[in-house]
Design a protein around this ligand. Structure first.
Ligand code: GRF
Length: 202
């Protein structure tokens, strides 16, 4: 499967996927990295690993045309948003229907939507007093964090936790969950039951 990864920042989820591919656990190719942020650390990782990298400014008119050209050029079959901070334009969502997935650091539909990214999510989780949080991998539609949920994994929150260590614990499960979902999709082991996506046992 030809994968295009979109990322705007640190890139630890991208690295997790890439490590699974390199070690042969996932049968796929990362064809390219697309970022909107020229100073994102993830770009260094992609370049060091000779992954073709494109900086496409989401503010430019016609950026979705540019994105589509790159995606076509690499015969993209799956788009993975791994910390990509921009909304995906309607025409791309339409063309790649159920072929774009995202990882979000909470148990959606809680703590999702515009403004719920990075540490904001974990601070909101911490302040709310919920006893569980986690990570969600979901399909992408034209609204932030609203596409159908594919898989989730949770952690418990204890009285000793802070927003910072919740973030650390959630990131750890993200690095497991996202590659597992990518693997299942690549192995054609995502099933639609009652119009909902399911992957076989994680
Ligand atoms: C992750 O927490 C992910 O859930 C969210 O953005 C963050 C990206 O982290 N969408 P990294 O760039 O993969 O390290």
């Amino acid at each position: 499967m030809n994968i295009a990864v979109f990322a705007s920042g640190r890139g630890s989820n991208f690295q997790a996927i890439y490590a699974h591919i390199k070690s042969g656990k996932i049968n796929a190719n990362v064809r390219c990295l697309i970022s909107n942020n020229p100073s994102a650390p993830v770009i260094g990782f992609a370049k060091n690993n000779r992954i073709q990298t494109y900086i496409i400014d989401a503010k430019d008119d016609g950026h979705s045309k540019q994105l589509l050209e790159v995606l076509d050029k690499h015969n993209t079959q799956l788009i993975v948003l791994a910390g990509y901070m921009k909304l995906i334009q309607k025409n791309i969502v339409k063309k790649f229907h159920n072929k774009i997935i995202n990882i979000h650091p909470s148990l959606l539909p809680s703590f999702g939507g515009k403004g719920c990214y990075g540490m904001n999510v974990h601070e909101k989780v911490f302040k709310s007093g919920v006893k569980y949080t986690g990570a969600t991998v979901h399909y992408v539609n034209q609204n932030y964090d609203e596409g159908q949920i594919i898989a989730q994994e949770h952690i418990s929150i204890s009285p000793e936790d802070s927003a910072e260590n919740i973030a650390t614990k959630v990131l750890k499960i993200e690095h497991k969950l996202l590659p597992e979902v990518v693997k299942k999709i690549c192995e054609n082991q995502l099933y639609w039951i009652n119009n909902k996506p399911w992957i076989s046992k994680l």
